[in-house]
Design a protein around this ligand. Structure first.
Ligand code: DQA
Length: 150
């Protein structure tokens, strides 16, 4: 089973960016822990980050055929991007939305997501653990779906 992890804008700054909100782990550390968990779960993950909306859309389109699902932290594009919503919906692969921070406890503009109603599930507010829980949840979902298909 293959999962594509997609990190949106400014997540390359993790570790130095507002650590009180986003925690002290760098993006490399997040990806390392995702790879470790993936090994335990016996799945493969690939990780991609971009600050550019078009690059994220291109990546989702390009990766979709080779993967079973997506784990997505779209950063600020969560709250703005119809294009990313359309890409994730259009490729027809299940995805889980994750956020390091509890977006519902922050500014009102962060309370709306263009992705949530299309996602299998949403995990927010647990820092790095949001990604790990999101990966676990996605793998359980994909395994259950595969069982129902066979
Ligand atoms: C974020 C929350 C977004 O509102 C913000 O723009 C981010 C990070 C999070 O992981 O908490 O860049 O997605």
């Amino acid at each position: 089973m293959k999962i594509a992890v997609v990190h949106g804008p400014n997540l390359n700054l993790l570790g130095q960016r507002e650590p009180a909100i986003y925690g002290g782990a760098t993006l490399a550390e997040v990806d390392r822990q995702l790879h470790t968990l993936a090994m335990e779960l016996q799945v493969e993950v690939t990780c991609f980050q971009s600050n550019s909306e078009g690059a994220l859309v291109d990546h989702v389109q390009g990766a979709a055929e080779a993967v079973d699902g997506f784990l997505v932290n779209a950063g600020a594009y969560t709250h703005t991007s119809v294009a990313l919503r359309d890409a994730l919906t259009g490729v027809g692969r299940p995805f889980v939305e994750v956020h390091l921070s509890n977006v519902y406890a922050r500014e009102p503009f962060r309370h709306h997501s263009y992705l949530s109603d299309r996602a299998v599930g949403v995990v927010a507010g647990f820092g790095l653990e949001s990604y790990l829980s999101g990966l676990r949840g996605l793998v359980v979902h994909l395994r259950q779906a595969a069982k129902h298909e066979s």
